[in-house]
Design a protein around this ligand. Sequence first.
Ligand SMILES: *Cc1c(COP(=O)(O)O)cnc(C)c1O
Length: 392
Amino acid sequence: MYWKWKVNGEESLVPDAVLVDLRTDTITQPTQEMREVMVNAIVGDDVYGEDPTVAELERRCAELVGKEDALFVASGTMANLIAIMVHCNRRDAEIISGDNAHTFRFEQGGVAQIAGVQSALLRNKKDGTFDLNELRDKIRVDSDLHEPITQLIIVENTHNMCGGKVLPLDWLGSVQNMAREFGVKVHMDGARVMNAAIYQKIHVSEIAKYVDSICFCLSKGLCAPVGSILAGSRNFVAKARRTRKVLGGGWRQAGFLAAAGMVAIHTMIDRLEQDHIHAYKIAKAINDVGSHLCSVDLLNVQTNIVMVNVDRTKTSAKELLERFASVLPSDSVRVSVRACSRDPGFFRIVLHHGITEELVQAAIEKMVMVIKEFEENIQSIEKIPTYNVITN
Ligand SMILES: *Cc1c(COP(=O)(O)O)cnc(C)c1O
C-alpha cells in the first residue's frame, strides 16, 4: 500500500509502508455488494415520491428502529438540523443538550444559524449523560415573557466526544419521563446508535422507544457511501420531508444511494462487534506499555472509539500523531498510523470495517514503538542538568 506523508510540508512517498487509517469511520469504502446493487437499482424522482428504492429503505429503517416512518437524508448533520427545526416550531424555542454534543460543537451552530433556536447546555459526564436534576432545573415551559420555551432535549448515542459511550437505558427512561412531564420532545442523535445496540446486545428499537425522533448514519460504520436516516411519528416525518426540501435536500434519483443503504442495514450491523473488539485490543496495548505519556480509561472503551489521554506536560497529541503517521528511512516498523485530535491533551482513534485483524496488529506495533521512543527521549532530556545562564 502506498501512502503520501509530509516532511516539513513536503509530500514524499513511502512505498513499503502499511497505512492504518484510524481517523474516523466515515472513510469506510462501500462493499462489493453495495457497488453491485447501486448499478442495478430501480430509481425514480424521489421529490415526487417516485423512487421505489428510497421508499423501501425508508420503510425498512422505520421498522428497524420501531417508528412509524423514516426519511432518507444526505447527512447526519442534515438529519439533526431537520429534527430541531420540526420539533422547535416557534420563534422563542430553546433546546437543551450536553456541552459536548455533536449538534452543539460540530454542526457549525446550525441550531442558531439556520433553525434560529437558542441552545442551553448541561455539562456532559464522562459516560455521555448529563445530570437529571440539572436537566429539571434547565427546562423552561411555564416561562414568563422574559424567557424562551424549552421545546426539545437532545441526547447523543453513542457519544462521540465521550469516546463512543453508550447511554444507559434507565437514564434514557428518566429523560423520557421528565420530558413527558413537561411536554418537551426528545431527539436522539444516534449517528452510531447501531454500535450502542450491539454493545447492549438489544434490538435498536429498544433504544429508540425512549425518544420521539432518532437519526443514524448509514455512512459511518455501516459503510454506505452517503446518507442518514431520520425516523419518528408519521406526522413528524411528513414535516421533516417538507423541511428537508427547504434545506436543498430534496434529491431526485437517490435510489442509487438508498440501494447501498439497504445493504448497509442488512449486512453491516452485526459485524460492528468486531470493531469494538479491535478498539479494546488497541486500547489495552497502549495501556500495557505502562507509560504516563499515553493512557486509556479501559472501563470506558465500549464501542469503536478510543480516547487516548496524553500527558501534556511532557508532549502533545499533535507531536505523537505526527510520529505515528511518519515512516522514517531508519524505521524497522514500516507502518503509518493516522488518528485525529482537536486538543493537545488527547487523541481519538476509531475502528471500522477497513481495519482488519492484521492492521490492528500493525497499528499496535507502531503506536507502542512510538510511545516507547517518546518515553526514552523525554527521560534522556530530563537527565541533562540545567544551568541558569545569567546574561548581561
Ligand atoms: C458524524 C456525526 C454526526 C454528523 O454526521 P454527518 O453525516 O457527518 O453530517 C452527527 N452526530 C454525531 C454524534 C456524529 O458522530
